[in-house]
Design a protein around this ligand. Structure first.
Ligand SMILES: [Mn+2]
Length: 362
């Protein structure tokens, strides 16, 4: 384990005197943000001083924006690698490829990749540490920190890093319910360094009004078939895209179902959906792949692990349609059909209203 930390340090040291960009992929979550913060902290200790943490999509979740603010994480929103200055090297955390929307990355060398997601194509970098057996990338960074620059409870800066990592660990493992032995060891290692008050502030899960709105729309359109439920929530703005996942998290708690898919049109560009399940027979990744298939390049539109998954399908030219009602009808029809087909092409769904009517009759 010390060897891996040493190899990581050697790879990072290559960026001494040069510009290093920690390029966050997609909409960064607490694990990605904490890992970026830890990497930047370690890089500084290793003498790499020109480090930028960059992201190219919105920080969509209100809690993530709170995290950035409370922990004072220095983030740059960039479209192009050179927006971050004279960058020669890239580091990736909690992801193993560069965001497809980040321009100019091909001119830089990827120094390190530290991640815990299954890779579809082999990740390419000078140093790769991809561990499927940990619940969070934060766990790997705790290990590096222990080996290279142990966190000091008396240092304000070190406490912030520890707090971010603990928060990343807890959110990525669903409050440790999915944590593996390595994650618990990592949590134990930073327990005395992190700031408990700050951690409590970060953990306060608020529900934004926009999320409540999407949840209410999901409830209104919820269709239940046996132990499966689906809900289409219509149009959702890019900044509110996480509300779809929040609605799915809420609905899967319904007692008589074990799987739910919530979907909508995000930013008038994509059909996006979230799957949540606690069925032993539903593998989210495989299920979504079967339901929605693959894009032109052969990548599945959906993916997932354990108990959750998501999909994203571009609507392309149709997104320009000004008749939103018609567009939604089309989307709803196509998504429902894809899912129903997978469930064995049975007749029309029973709506919750019909179910309660039937119950009243008996
Ligand atoms: Mn993660």
């Amino acid at each position: 384990m010390i060897d891996r930390a040493q190899a990581f340090a050697e790879a990072i040291a290559v960026a001494k005197g040069k510009g290093l960009l920690i390029a966050l992929r997609g909409h960064p979550d607490p694990d990605a943000l904490a890992s970026a913060m830890a990497l930047s902290h370690l890089a500084e200790r290793l003498g790499v001083t020109n480090v930028t943490i960059g992201y190219c999509h919105e920080l969509s979740h209100r809690e993530n924006r709170a995290l950035v603010k409370l922990l004072n994480i220095q983030l740059r929103k960039i479209k192009n690698v050179q927006d971050a200055g004279n960058i020669e090297f890239i580091a990736l955390v909690d992801a193993h490829d560069v965001d497809p929307e980040l321009v100019g990355a091909e001119k830089c060398e990827v120094l390190v990749i530290v991640d815990h997601h299954r890779a579809t194509t082999p990740p390419k970098a000078r140093f790769v540490d991809l561990r499927l057996e940990v619940g969070a990338t934060a766990t790997i960074f705790v290990e590096y920190l222990n080996a290279l620059a142990p966190l000091d409870p008396d240092s304000e800066d070190d406490r912030r890093v520890a707090t971010a990592l603990m928060h990343g660990l807890s959110t990525d493992t669903d409050d440790f319910t999915l944590a593996r032995p390595g994650d618990f060891r990592a949590a134990a290692a930073i327990a005395e360094v992190c700031d408990r008050d700050l951690l409590a502030d970060l953990a306060r899960r608020t529900i934004a009004p926009s999320a409540m709105d999407v949840i209410s729309r999901a409830l209104a359109t919820l269709k239940v078939r046996r132990n499966f439920a689906m809900a289409g929530v219509g149009f959702v703005s890019e900044t509110d895209r996480d509300t779809i996942a929040q609605a799915a998290d809420f609905l899967v708690r319904r007692e008589d179902i074990d799987t739910v898919v919530v979907y909508g049109v995000v930013g008038e560009r994509f059909i996006e959906g979230s799957l949540r399940t606690h069925s032993p027979s539903v593998d989210p990744g495989a299920w979504l792949e079967q339901a929605f298939g693959f894009d032109d390049r052969g990548h599945p539109f959906g993916g997932g692990r354990r108990d959750k998954g998501g999909f994203r399908i571009p609507i392309g030219f149709l997104g320009r349609s000004t008749d939103r009602a018609q567009l939604w009808t089309l989307v709803e029809h196509a998504v429902k059909q894809a899912m129903l087909k997978l469930m064995g092409d049975e007749p029309a769904l029973v709506t919750t209203a019909t179910v309660s009517e039937q119950l009243r009759e008996h």
